[in-house]
Design a protein around this ligand. Structure first.
Ligand SMILES: [Zn+2]
Length: 88
């Protein structure tokens, strides 16, 4: 607790962590499918657009596919190195 407090400025400012994450480029980790035709609902392949649950950005299926395909590497890259050089 003491160490984390020092890294994030102490004084119970836990929201700093959230602020840092949202100010970075959104990884669009959770994409919610949207359908225009009711009969297609539930069929992801027929989703007409995808919405990022975090930042509410709308993507077309092509973009969503690309985001989902590269999500793993992007999220891994987004993870800050633990330990050294935390708050520069
Ligand atoms: Zn997003």
């Amino acid at each position: 607790m003491g160490l984390l407090g020092k890294i994030f400025g102490g004084g119970g400012k836990k929201t700093v962590v959230v602020a840092e994450v949202t100010s970075l480029e959104c990884p669009h980790a959770v994409l919610v499918p949207r359908w225009e035709n009711v009969q297609d609902m539930g069929i992801e392949a027929k989703a007409t657009r995808w919405m990022c649950e975090a930042c509410k950005t709308i993507f077309n299926p092509d973009e969503a596919n690309r985001l989902r395909a590269t999500l793993a590497e992007r999220v891994i890259l987004d993870v800050p190195p633990s330990g050294e050089g935390g708050a520069s």
